[in-house]
Design a protein. Structure first.
Length: 507
């Protein structure tokens, strides 16, 4: 994987501001296209709108709704201007789409703000949602769901391309307003909501997951449910993108929410205060969706409709997961002035050649983990040279790299930290990795330690030859670089149960 350091003076990368006027809230994301099509969010804001309350109950949007949307749009435009964005796209979804006065609403909002809302039909909304949600996840085929305030968007995809879309009137606010009258809702109310949701999903012909397919979830309702679940445990990754929410853990969250009155529900850790009145309806719908789609878990995406719109407006495509990973690692590395492309490439090349001989049974995904870790060692020097391994591990664990599962991110972090100190202190990492993963981390970390030490003594283009002899492992180098550090030799013997020494390759 070769990275090219760009010149210091570069024109500003293309960017776009995407405004989403949703049924529950309005949001803007200012998104920049980086190298290799990497999407970088440079500004973001959210305003509560609650439009679905009016559109569902009255069939139209009021003067007050116009005022709320206009106020939010003025704030969003100020954010876009401050970020230097020339292009702003504003879209509206279910609540505006379903209102009888939608044309008048759009005209009045445009007259007050100068922003012309584009009303997305259900298929377009689902396609954009799919593109944004799947782009940054290592998922090739399956279903994407978004439980919005007014509707549920579903997209069936294969090989990272959309096949079919559905828009169902099962939004969290809509269901809560219609079925959940008491506080907390009675079991009978919850039962009627479940029956209605299941009949709607089955009637629409949404197919259950096939073997090898995954369920991806996006949107505020599912993100809040994941936050509630994550708050119950010590977990090593701070971001929700890529988090796996299991069906059994979803049940625990639903029981916690559905049995509490509003005043106590607001205090549930992980729940956004403004979703307290709609989360139960959305959570019950999530349970029904997982059952109907034959899913025992879903993978959260931190991206969705706005990123999907940005991909289209910036002329980008949903790329393969390996391509997303490469561009994301490069984008992370280039944020740090301590990162040196030549040194990173040499270390990565050495690590790749060493693992082929020292751990030939390592699966290709593990070889890729080592390659990424080798490229990122130097970002830790931006904090402190002597703790660079630990600092690099912490940066990776908390960064916005895409195309990776949480297990992948924990593996990279653990390899980095163990390479430097022979131990891992990342909180909660044991819960994410298997016993086999721990053994693999030990070997990868040792190889990375060795590649780093050799990289400080070798020049770009030089190579190492690994020979297995009866006396142990011999690394043949193009010239004399001195002996290895004693601790490196001892650690190698513990990991591989072989002696290690350096020698000069014969001419």
């Amino acid at each position: 994987m070769a990275f090219r350091r760009e010149a210091r003076q570069q024109p500003a990368p293309p960017s776009v501001g995407v405004i989403d006027i949703g049924s529950n809230s309005g949001r803007i994301s200012v998104i920049e296209a980086g190298a290799g099509g990497h999407l970088e969010i440079i500004a973001d804001a959210r305003f509560p709108l609650r439009l679905v309350h009016e559109s569902a109950a009255q069939g139209r949007l009021s003067d007050a709704a116009v005022a709320r949307v206009a106020e939010a749009l003025r704030a969003f435009l100020a954010i876009a201007r401050s970020a230097g964005v020339q292009t702003v796209v504003a879209v509206a979804t279910a609540a505006v789409r379903e209102s009888s006065n939608r044309r008048e609403f759009v005209s009045r909002v445009a007259a007050e703000t100068g922003v012309r809302l584009e009303i997305l039909d259900g298929d377009a909304e689902a396609r954009y949602m799919f593109a944004g949600a799947v782009h940054g996840l290592p998922v090739d085929s399956g279903l994407v769901i978004d439980i919005g305030g007014g509707s549920v968007e579903i997209c069936h995809f294969r090989d990272r391309r959309p096949l079919r879309q559905w828009t169902l009137p099962l939004g969290a606010l809509r269901l809560s307003d219609r079925f959940l009258v008491t506080d907390p809702p009675r079991p009978s109310e919850q039962g009627r909501l479940r029956q209605h949701a299941l009949a709607t999903i089955l009637g629409a012909g949404v197919p259950p997951l096939r073997p090898g397919e995954r369920l991806v979830g996006t949107g505020g309702t599912l993100r809040n449910l994941a936050k509630i679940d994550r708050a119950r445990r010590t977990y090593p990754i701070t971001r929700l993108h890529g988090y796996q929410l299991n069906r059994a853990d979803l049940d625990v969250a639903v029981d916690t929410l559905a049995t509490r009155p509003m005043t106590r529900r607001r205090r549930v850790t992980g729940l956004s205060d403004e979703r307290a009145d709609s989360i139960v309806g959305g959570a019950l719908c999530a349970q029904v969706l997982l059952d109907a789609l034959n899913a025992d878990h879903l993978v959260l995406s931190g991206r969705g409709l706005r990123e999907g719109v940005a991909l289209e407006r910036l002329g980008l495509q949903v790329r393969s997961a390996p391509e997303v990973r490469r561009s994301s690692i490069e984008a992370l590395a280039r944020r740090f002035t301590t990162w040196d492309s030549a040194a990173a490439q040499l270390r990565s090349s050495l690590a790749t050649s060493l693992i082929d001989k020292l751990d030939p049974a390592a699966a290709p995904p593990m070889q890729e983990i080592l390659e990424h870790a080798a490229l990122l060692v130097d970002i830790g020097r931006s904090v402190d040279y002597y703790s660079r391994w630990e600092q690099a591990a912490r940066i990776v664990a908390s960064s916005d790299i895409y195309g990776f599962s949480h297990r992948d991110i924990v593996l990279i972090s653990a390899v980095l930290e163990k390479a430097g100190s022979d131990r891992v202190r990342l909180p909660g990492y044991l819960s994410v990795l298997s016993t086999q993963d721990h053994a693999q981390v030990d070997r990868l970390a040792m190889i990375l330690t060795l590649a780093d030490e050799l990289g400080h003594r070798m020049h770009p283009g030089e190579q190492v030859v690994v020979q297995r002899r009866r006396s142990g492992i011999v690394l043949l180098l193009p010239r004399d670089v001195g002996p290895l550090e004693g601790e490196t030799e001892r650690r190698f013997h513990r990991r591989f149960e072989r002696r290690l020494r350096l020698a000069v390759a014969p001419a």
